[in-house]
Design a protein around this ligand. Structure first.
Ligand SMILES: [Zn+2]
Length: 268
């Protein structure tokens, strides 16, 4: 299968099919219970349950926050023997919940995923990059390398180290955080639209997909006062469209996916 098939389940949960392998990023299917609802007030439900997604080769987790990895996902990984790849805190939690196939990565660590079905063998490599996410000290971003290279940002600030790694990797597709929390003492804890635009201008992937847009309270653009809420989806969608138009006018490909929507990129 040429190209990369993407399906957004919601927030940062993306089903990636490439080279015959299926990877699900930052699986969040909750909230389950009041605590999760308070910590991560989801504004739209996930487009499918994990069980409805068919065969998955790997859960790829950027960090141990509830909107990036929940117990529902780790329990399903345990029950269906899906490999979980993530930083130390995620690996520890997955093992505690009984998952058997768990891979712990540190920055610059690489995991190779191989699969043989019949005559066909598939391989992608997952390289961890250091993320800068003040509230998750072991947070990672990832490069998924197969016939195409996909960057998955998780939650991270735009740092010179990240820019340098991405300029050398030249990803075809960038899945980027486009809204983040802000704290008085810490400042922004990741990228919102302006930083995401700056990053993709610097690395110029063929396609960019903005993510992290389905949890209330995250800032899409602080300078313009746009923050994600349940009742301002028209404003959010207009801001995303304007962002896309600006970047498209600079020759960049932007693909905005809503929950449940899919697309196939880099077919040629
Ligand atoms: Zn997050």
């Amino acid at each position: 299968m040429a190209g990369v098939q993407l399906r957004l389940i919601g927030h940062m949960t993306v089903l990636i099919e490439m080279d015959g392998l299926t990877i699900l990023t930052d699986p969040w299917f909750g909230p389950r219970g009041r605590k999760e609802r308070t910590l991560a007030p989801r504004i739209v439900p996930p487009a499918a349950s994990l069980g409805e997604l068919g065969h998955i080769d790997l859960l790829l987790v950027s960090h141990n926050h509830i909107d990036h990895c929940d117990d529902i996902s780790l329990e399903t990984a345990r029950d269906k023997c899906i490999t979980v790849v993530g930083p130390r805190s995620v690996a520890k939690r997955a093992k505690k919940l009984g998952a058997k196939s768990v891979v712990e990565l540190e920055p610059a660590g690489v995991y190779r995923l191989n699969k043989r079905s019949g005559d066909r063998s598939s391989q992608v490599s997952i390289e961890a990059l250091k993320a800068s996410h003040p509230l998750a000290s072991d947070a990672l971003a990832y490069l998924i390398r197969g016939s195409k290279t996909v960057f998955f940002s998780g939650d991270t600030r735009y740092t010179p180290e990240l820019e340098c790694a991405l300029k050398s990797a030249q990803p075809d597709i960038a899945l980027v955080q486009a809204a983040c929390a802000h704290y008085p003492l810490l400042g922004d804890d990741g990228m919102s639209l302006p930083e995401a635009a700056a990053l993709v201008r610097a690395i110029r992937p063929r396609w960019t997909v903005p993510l992290h847009l389905h949890c209330a309270g995250k800032w899409l653009d602080r300078a313009r006062g746009i923050r994600i809420r349940r009742d301002n989806q028209i404003e959010v969608s207009a801001a995303l469209k304007a962002w896309r138009a600006e970047l498209e006018s600079e020759g960049l490909g932007i693909c905005i996916l809503g929950p449940g929507e899919e697309c196939k990129l880099c077919e040629k």
